[in-house]
Design a protein around this ligand. Structure first.
Ligand code: FAD
Length: 474
């Protein structure tokens, strides 16, 4: 059933089993799976079916620290959420991403393991209409180098388009549009109702047994920070590192290479084996190879001719045979989870509902560069040992100068802030995504990620949503 809150509140909403707040990939997947189990769901979405400036303006915010992206440009606040402009890369996290590696970073691990999410992989893939990608393949055991594979949702599933009809037709889902979460009533550690407001100031109170925040990787923290501060000790444990350990996958072009093979397909990346990551004391990273422009290729050959004439001749002969020998190398990697990287509430700026805007604190850690450099150097060792080519890294990768400010910068993959842990000193939600200190509040989405691996996050978000659905109905 569909209801637009701009037209006034529901006449007799009754009591719901679950109130899911936010209709992006996480909220839609969760609501549809709960509906399959015959649960009565209120799916409350801040936007409408079409994007409006009125809604999008509430995503404005600021960042402090390393260059980052505008917070209202990297998220979409309408039905379907940011899937309205995702690219469709899909890959689950690796086993190593979940494991403890205290010597490398004491926080880069989850309280659960990959096998806890594996049972949900096939269904998560079905949601975005992909097949699970093939397993990684070691290509140079002595160097610890492997190929990682992605699947592509092609064209990328736009959740708003694909799932609008079944949700509106559902007998057990009530979809509320233009319903912005503005208030949370709680008593004795239990939420008793959530209050939503439309753009023309119509209010709706929703009463449910359980509530799930699925508002995305910044809003989940922002909203929880705001409501927890207004009802101390009732919504979230005061000990919990709320908003902390926020992460993105840094994305940069790190250089180019002249190679004797064609740039591999976009769904094939290069990375280090888990053993090599442990041995070198680094986190997970994926190198993405793309054909370089002819200009770029020519420039690399000229440079090589100057510094190493014999190699330059080899490269020139490659280029003579095929202009495909130049490749551009982009990297996306696992940022170290850092306590000081966080979502906080702005002291001065508020959205139209009076809720403080987010301020994002984001700085690269020394481990980030170490991870990137180690992976790039092993890749170079593979190229040279197999006589496959030569790598040219940007000087900043080798420690000469800071990160470039004009680049992709991030995924944008908004992760952490309500991280999963086994206790409220280390995290905000437990293994079942239940907020520490609350009897009936849960989180869906990448805000619960404890560490990020190098895989794009949406497939894992969907696995977690399906797992949460099982837990809520167990
Ligand atoms: C350019 C780009 C490319 C990307 N490419 C990829 C990719 O290739 N692969 C990949 O895995 N990921 C990719 N991503 C990331 C992907 O889009 C996100 O992981 C995914 O959308 C997160 O889903 P979500 O449901 O958790 O959050 P969102 O998609 O952000 O949805 C949150 C929902 O909550 C609603 N909401 C917010 N505030 C409120 C409120 N106060 N009250 C009620 N509702 C509210 C919003 O309107 C929205 O519908 C990309 C992202 C971008 C920006």
């Amino acid at each position: 059933m569909l209801h637009d809150l701009n037209g006034g509140p529901l006449a007799a909403p009754g009591r719901f089993d679950v109130c899911v707040i936010g209709a992006g990939p996480a909220g839609i997947t969760l609501a549809m799976d709960l509906a399959k189990k015959n649960k009565r769901v209120a799916l409350c979405e801040a936007g409408a079916f079409e994007l409006t400036q009125l809604s999008q303006d509430n995503y404005k915010g600021a960042w402090v620290g390393d260059p980052y992206l505008e917070l209202d440009a990297i998220r979409l606040r309408y039905f379907g959420g940011t899937s309205g402009h995702w690219t469709g890369y899909c890959r689950p996290l690796d086993e190593i991403d979940f494991l403890r590696k205290d010597r490398i970073n004491p926080d880069a691990h989850w309280p659960i393991e990959r096998r806890d999410l594996d049972p949900y992989l096939a269904d998560a893939c079905a949601v975005v209409q992909v097949k699970p990608p093939p397993a990684s393949r070691v290509i140079a055991p002595e160097l610890g180098l492997q190929e990682d594979f992605f699947s592509f949702s092609r064209p990328p599933v736009r959740f708003g388009d694909k799932y609008r009809k079944p949700i509106v037709a559902s007998k057990t889902i009530t979809l509320l549009l233009n319903a912005n979460l503005v208030g949370v009533e709680a008593k004795d550690g239990r939420i008793t109702s959530c209050i939503f407001q439309s753009y023309n100031q119509k209010n709706q109170s929703i009463v449910a047994d359980k509530y799930v925040f699925a508002m995305g990787g910044i809003e989940n923290s922002r909203q929880l920070l705001w409501h927890a501060a207004r009802s101390p000790g009732n919504i979230c444990s005061p000990e919990a590192p709320l908003g902390r350990y926020w992460m993105d996958h840094p994305h940069y072009t790190i250089g180019g290479a002249l190679v004797s093979f064609k740039a591999p397909a976009a769904r094939r990346f290069f990375g280090l084996t888990p053993q090599k990551q442990m041995q070198l004391g680094v986190l997970n990273c994926g190198l993405r190879l793309e054909p370089a422009s002819q200009d770029h290729t020519q420039r690399m050959i000229k440079e090589l001719v100057c510094v190493a004439p014999a190699l330059g001749e080899w490269a020139a002969s490659l280029a003579h045979r095929s202009m495909n020998c130049g490749i551009r190398i982009r990297a996306a990697w696992e940022a170290a989870p850092v306590f000081d990287n966080r979502v906080a509430l702005s002291p001065s700026r508020k959205d139209r509902f009076g809720i403080p805007a987010p301020t994002l604190y984001w700085r690269h850690a020394p481990l980030d560069l170490k991870t990137l450099r180690a992976t790039a150097l092993q890749f170079n060792a593979w190229l040279t040992s197999r006589k496959l080519g030569r790598l040219r890294l940007e000087p900043w990768v080798l420690g000469r100068g800071g990160y470039p400010s004009q680049d992709e910068l991030g995924g944008p993959h908004l992760m952490g802030g309500t991280r999963m842990a086994d206790n409220p000193r280390e995290g905000v939600v437990d293994r079942n995504c239940q907020v520490f200190g609350s009897k009936n509040l849960f989180m869906a989405g990448s805000s619960v990620f404890s560490s990020s691996g190098h895989s794009n996050p949406t497939l894992t978000i969907l696995q977690l949503a399906l797992r949460l659905s099982d837990h809520l109905t167990a």
